[in-house]
Each structure stands twice: as structure tokens, then as C-alpha cells.
Design a protein. Structure first.
Length: 745
């Protein structure tokens, strides 16, 4: 064994009071004869008081409690393995104000496991995060003490508290206990706020619960729980976030040491002892599968909601050959579930004693239905878990390509998996109806997109609990994987005539534009568009959502566009109004207006994340032309549009934003309550100039500069008739309206 010594200064920069001992099997480090030398082993325990970054080339041995103190950060890179010694005190706890950034990847997950090949559930503790988000209690800002360490507090009043990032993480053999009442879960989230990012989590062979939410607002996406001793998913103490795409399974040989193991267990308040406390748990689960295949272990309830909790559960599926006593139970001696509880569940389990147990009150929103698909298991491929033995009683999901020509009314079947394999034309007189909760996957390529032609309609009416998702058919997809969604209408566009039409950029055979300002192309609401923007050349490329001459009889609201090439959204003329639009990491402009657009965009947020880079020459937050490409200065109408409540944020370390707001080429913009944020470079906050014509007189931009790296506020050559007011106090776009997206702002 050899010791790894650090200078005192370097040591203190990393941590305080943390044991940090390194050993290897070969002290001399001589030539290994072609054999890869063993990784150094580093011992972990103690308190981290500053920033500590682990090294994925080393193997870490958790030999005691690691506490990430207030103000400290633990950085764990992709591929890191941490092996825990046996015992209740072997765990990691992030204190209030501390952060953990455990950023694994699908190819290189972070693994927390036992230091023994013979370990079983309950071998070591687990991972605990304490935040400052609200928990239930008899006063606002209530705090509580962590179950396994009464000296550690959690709770407070900061719903947007940020405890860091946990993604592509495996937690194995957790759940050590000191008594029947004091035991670890795999992942314990105590008052964790919704600015914390948690996704792609695998918890297996753990004692007690796989995951438990003690209050807080954090959202969790893509969670797989296998053979966990008590509940798969446990909610209590006023939790109010969303769990999306979760799969809990007991395998054939599983047995539990608990009295009442369940799939879901939810209390409104802690242990039912605070019926008058606020807030009571009011949470959402979307796309969930519960499976019991154990031949010797009955599951007491697939879903248990009680003690004043309110649950909103959609697209739930229960399967398996093992006994399930109740599919849904909403009763309890300490109070039943809130009657606002909503559950949509398909029961494909083979051995169920009772379907639904209610109290005397009616639960109109609780329904046993057919056709639910539950969790998407493809997203768990990175875990290596084999789903082939689970849920053999469930019918296979039927796959079908979208029709390439729709001339009448077509309604998709929510029980099927649809693919965009070629261009989907909704022709004049055709209607495409897409039910809430459906996911449509696109094949790779420029020609794979949906276009609603003039006179056609699309009704993609998702809900906050069951949004509609358009995405790639490959979980490793990147921006530009497929086309996008195009809507063509009969509303006015700029041109040299009284009534003008133009041809769609990606298909010059399909026209748009006309003289019907109130033209109605249908409804898009609660819709996600991911990995769009395929191109055929530098000048011909898709956006996420392209609106060509779309009229204001069309309703478009609650839209999320992420990881797209070219623009998130582009308005080519028309009069349609759009509200509640979130654009994340789109390659060119967040919001693009041209060709005489004259509607209103309300509540829009455009963000580039820290690692974002663009392939474009001049990416912007807002880009607005009065006419198409500035080649029609004498055309009518010129763009005259409004933006209300907008935030533009650049967090990219290596990508400059040319302009946060660029209005040019005779466009007239009225932009109020705009806020520009971020640490990334912004060359110009507001620019109203261009070689093909400046912004129109009457343009008004009211913006607050919250960004910290802006080269120039505005252009000295802006038109004299325009107003640029840069002042403090703007709030920009509200962020709470985007909770349904699953994206943490």
C-alpha cells in the first residue's frame, strides 16, 4: 500500500476532514507486461466543506459517512465507481446548501455499489439529499430533521432550491437499517427543490424504498426500481413534484421483509400525523409500470394513496403473475386520499384480489381503463437490465407508421406506437387528431416530418399530465435528427400584391399565405418537439415548429422545443398567437419572425445551457425581419408583432450569442417585460440595424440586462424613431408554467 499525500493548500481546496487514502497492488509501478494495472483505490469519509472532484480513473471506497456541507460541492464524473463498506453509517448525505453533481452518461454511468460480490439488500446506506424546498408542517417554511441523522435539517420555503445534478446513476444494495424505524432508502430526497436535476436512475436490490420523497418539489425522470424491499416509489410530507417514466418490478424470486410492500405509497403528511398541516402532498406520476412476478411475495397495493394526499397519475400499467391484493387503495385509518385524486390505470396483472378500494366518498377521476402503455423501457437500455421476463401477460404494443397522406379525419390510437417514416401530409380537408399522452417517434432524415397544408387541420391536444411528444426513434439522437412540424395557413404574408402566397422552404410544391387572418389550422397544446431541424443544405432546413401564414383562429400554447437544429420556432407571416413557449438548446435562433408576421408571442423562454454550441454563423435569441430575407422593402404587410414576457438566457461557456434581440429590415416590434440572463457571451443586447434596412420607426424594446457578459448594450445607429429602454425591474417569462415539460429551469 502507498499513501497519496497532497499539499496542505491543495488538500484544503478540495475538502476538509475527508479521509483520502490511495492504494494499489503495485507500489513500484513497473512495466506491467501488457496487463492493465489495477485502478488506485481511494478511501472516502468525512465532511466536504469546499469543492471536491472525484477522478473516474480511480475506484472509491466509502468507509464512513460523507457529508457535503452547506456551500460545498461534490463533483462525480461519468464512469466513476464508488464501493461502500458494509454498515448503516456508510452513506453520502448532501446537507442543505450543499450540491452533488453526479453526471453520468448512458455509456459511462456512475455506480454506487457494495464492496462485496456477495452483498444483498441493506448492505450499506444510500444517497440522501437535503434541500430547502417546502415540506408539510404547521407553519410556513417548516423544517425537519433527517431520519438517519437528526442533526441534519431539511425543508424551508425555496421551491426552486438547487442541490445539483444526478443523472445516469446506479444505486445497488442500499437500505441499511439501525432499527425497524430508522433505515435508508436507495435515494432519499428530503425537501429537494425543482432546480435540482434528477434523471436516468437505476436502483436495485435495496432494502426499504427505492426512492422516497419527503416533501419538496423536485422532478424525477426515467427511474427503474428492481427488487426493492418495501415500496418502489414513496411520497410523503407535502411532496408536490412530478415523477415521469418510472418502472418498478419484483422478479420471480423476490421476497420482502416488510409488512406492507407496495408499488406506490403516498401520504399527504408525515406518517399521517399532520392532517391540518400544509402543504399536503399533491403530486404527479406519468407513464408508470408496476410489475409483480414474485411467486412468494404478495404486493399489498399496486397504488396506495392515503392521508390527504392528492395524486395525478396518468398512463399507469400494472402487470405480472404475482399476487397483488389491491390494484388501487385510497383508504386509511388516518384519513383517505383527497377526492381530487386522478388515476388512469390499465390492469394486466394475472393475480389480483381487488381492483379498487375506495372510501364512501366518490373518486370520479379514478378509472381502470384499457390501452395504457406505462413506462417506456427503451430509455433504460443503459442499465443493462433485461425486461424480457417481465409482464408477459401484457399485450405487445402495436407499432405503426404514420399515414403519408391524410385527406379525411384520422385519429391516432393512444395504445399504439407511431413512427414518422416519410413525410406526413395533412391535405386540404384532412384532419389529424393526436390524443393526449402519445409519443410519436421519427426516423432519421430530412424527409421525415409532418406538414399540415392549407385547409388541413391538426389537433394535438395534450395535457399538463399527459403531453404529446414528437421525438427521435433513437435515444442517442442529436439536434437535426428528423424534420419537424410545419403548418401552412391562408393568413396574410408580405409580398408585392394585395393577396400573396409563397412556397414552403422544404417543399416548393406546397403553398402558404392568403387573405384569411382568422384562418384555423387546429390546436397544438402541451406538445414537446425534440431533436428536430434536419437539413438538405445550408439554406434548406427544418425548424422545430414552422408556422407559414398561420391564422389567429389556430390555437398554439404550451410548447417545448429542445435540442433542435436551426430555429426553435419561425413565423413566416401570418397572424397566429402563441403563448407559453420554452426553447432549449436550439441551434440558431430561439424565436424567429419574418415575412409580415403580425401576431403576439406571450410568455417565452429561450435558453442555451452551459455545454451548448451552435453550427450557425449568427445565432440569436430573437431575430425579426419585416419581409422575407430583406428582399422586399416595398412589400406589404411588413412584420408588426408583439412579444410579452420574454426571457433569453445564454449559459454556454464557448458559444457567443450574436444578439439577444435583433429587429431589422423594416420589422416593427413591440417587446415588453424582456429579461436577458446568463454568464455566456452576448455580443449585443439589442440591435435594430441591418445592411438591408433597419427596424421600423415605432419599434419599442423594454429589456432588463441581467446577463453578466454583454459586449455592447445597443447599436448607436439604431433608427431615431425606435425606442430601446434598458432598465432594471423586468421579470421576464414566468417559469412555473413549464413544469409539465419535465425540464428544470
Amino acid at each position: 500500500m502507498k499513501k497519496l499525500f497532497l499539499s496542505a493548500m491543495a488538500f484544503l481546496a478540495m475538502m476538509s476532514a475527508v479521509s483520502f487514502t490511495s492504494c494499489s497492488d503495485d507500489d513500484n509501478n513497473d512495466d506491467q507486461g501488457g496487463v492493465t494495472p489495477p485502478a488506485e483505490t481511494v478511501e472516502l469519509k468525512g465532511v466536504i466543506e469546499n469543492e471536491m472532484k472525484l477522478d473516474a480513473s480511480k475506484e472509491y471506497h466509502l468507509t464512513g459517512t460523507v457529508t457535503v456541507a452547506d456551500g460545498a460541492t461534490l463533483e462525480i464524473p461519468a464512469g466513476t465507481v464508488i464501493k461502500a463498506a458494509q454498515g448503516f453509517d456508510k452513506y453520502i448525505i448532501v446537507a442543505q446548501g450543499g450540491k452533488i453533481n453526479a453526471r453520468g452518461t448512458a455509456d459511462k454511468p456512475i455506480i454506487f455499489t457494495a464492496d462485496s460480490d456477495n452483498a444483498t439488500s441493506g448492505y450499506w446506506g444510500g444517497l440522501i439529499i437535503n434541500g430547502k424546498a417546502p415540506i408539510s408542517g404547521d407553519a410556513e417554511g417548516q423544517t425537519a430533521a433527517a431520519e438517519v441523522d437528526n442533526n441534519q435539517e431539511y425543508g424551508g420555503s425555496d421551491a426552486a432550491d438547487n442541490s445539483g445534478v444526478i443523472e445516469y446513476v446506479q444505486l445497488l444494495y442500499t437500505g441499511a437499517r439501525s432499527s425497524a424505524d430508522i433505515e435508508h432508502n436507495g435515494l432519499t430526497l428530503n425537501g429537494v427543490g425543482n432546480a435540482t436535476t434528477i434523471n436516468n436512475i437505476y436502483i436495485s436490490e435495496g432494502a426499504d424504498d427505492a426512492i422516497e420523497f419527503f416533501g419538496g418539489t423536485v422532478n424525477v425522470t426515467n427511474l427503474l426500481a428492481v427488487n426493492c424491499d418495501d415500496d418502489c416509489f414513496d411520497f410523503t410530507q407535502g411532496y408536490s413534484g412530478t415523477l415521469d417514466n418510472c418502472y418498478g418490478v419484483w422478479e420471480s424470486g423476490f421476497t420482502s421483509t416488510e409488512e406492507d410492500p407496495r408499488g406506490v405509497e403516498a401520504d399527504g403528511n408525515l406518517d399521517g400525523n399532520g392532517p391540518d398541516h400544509t402543504p399536503q402532498a399533491d403530486f404527479t406520476i406519468k407513464n408508470m409500470t408496476i410489475v409483480n412476478n414474485s411467486s412468494s411475495q404478495a404486493m399489498q397495493d399496486a397504488i396506495k394513496i392515503r392521508r390527504r394526499a392528492t395524486a395525478h397519475i396518468s398512463n399507469a400499467l400494472v402487470m405480472g403473475s404475482g399476487e397483488i391484493q389491491n390494484v388501487i387503495d385510497l383508504t386509511d385509518s388516518k384519513d383517505d386520499a383527497n377526492t381530487a385524486t386522478e388515476i388512469s390505470l390499465t390492469n394486466n396483472a394475472a393475480n389480483v384480489s381487488g381492483d379498487v378500494v375506495n372510501s364512501n366518498e366518490q373518486y370520479d377521476g379514478v378509472k381502470i381503463v384499457s390501452g395504457n402503455t406505462g413506462a417506456d423501457t427503451e430509455v433504460f437500455a443503459w442499465t443493462g437490465y433485461d425486461f424480457s421476463g417481465n409482464g408477459s401477460t401484457a399485450p405487445a404494443v402495436e407499432e405503426e407508421n404514420m399515414p403519408t397522406e391524410i385527406t379525411s379525419e384520422v385519429t391516432l390510437d393512444a395504445a399504439k406506437q407511431y413512427y414518422i417514416d416519410g413525410t406526413v401530409h395533412v391535405k386540404e380537408g384532412g384532419v389529424l387528431r393526436i390524443p393526449a399522452g402519445i409519443t410519436i417517434k421519427a426516423r432519421n432524415g430530412f424527409g421525415n416530418y409532418i406538414i399540415v397544408e392549407r385547409g388541413g387541420q391538426i389537433f394535438a391536444e395534450g395535457t399538463a399530465d399527459a403531453p404529446i411528444t414528437f421525438t427521435a426513434d433513437n435515444e442517442t439522437a442529436k439536434a437535426g435528427y428528423w424534420g419537424g412540424i410545419i403548418i401552412n395557413g391562408y393568413a396574410p404574408i408580405s409580398g408585392e400584391n394585395a393577396v400573396n402566397e409563397a412556397m414552403t422552404e422544404v417543399d416548393n410544391n406546397i403553398p402558404y399565405g392568403g387573405d384569411k387572418a382568422n384562418d384555423n389550422s387546429g390546436v397544438l397544446t402541451y406538445v414537446r418537439i425534440l431533436y428536430s431541424g434536419a437539413r438538405s443544405s445550408a439554406d434548406i432546413e427544418h425548424n422545430g415548429l414552422t408556422l407559414n401564414g398561420v391564422g389567429n383562429g389556430t390555437r398554439i400554447e404550451n410548447i417545448y422545443i429542445a435540442e433542435g437544429a436551426d430555429d426553435a420556432i419561425e413565423f413566416f407571416g401570418g397572424s397566429v398567437n402563441v403563448s407559453n413557449l420554452l426553447a432549449v438548446n436550439c441551434d440558431d435562433d430561439c424565436f424567429d419572425f419574418t415575412q409580415g408576421y403580425c401576431g403576439t408571442l406571450t410568455n417565452c423562454y429561450g435558453r442555451w445551457e452551459a455545454g451548448f454550441t451552435s453550427t450557425e454563423e449568427d445565432p440569436r435569441g430573437v431575430e425579426a425581419d419585416g419581409n422575407l430575407d430583406g428582399n422586399g422593402p416595398d412589400h406589404a404587410p411588413q412584420a408588426d408583432f408583439t412579444i410579452k414576457n420574454m426571457t433569453i438566457e445564454n449559459l454556454a461557456e464557448n458559444q457567443a450569442m450574436q444578439d439577444a434581440i435583433k429587429v431589422r429590415r423594416l420589422a416593427k416590434a413591440t417587446i415588453n417585460n424582456a429579461l436577458v440572463l446568463g454568464s455566456g457571451l452576448i455580443e449585443q443586447l439589442v440591435d435594430l440595424t441591418d445592411s438591408k434596412g433597419n427596424a421600423a420607426d415605432g419599434t419599442v424594446v423594454n429589456v432588463t440586462k441581467g446577463a453578466t457578459n454583454v459586449e455592447e448594450d445597443t447599436n448607436s445607429k439604431n433608427p431615431a424613431g425606435a425606442t430601446v429602454n434598458i432598465a432594471a425591474g423586468n421579470s421576464g417569462c414566468p417559469t412555473d408554467i413549464f413544469g409539465w415539460t419535465g425540464y428544470a429551469l
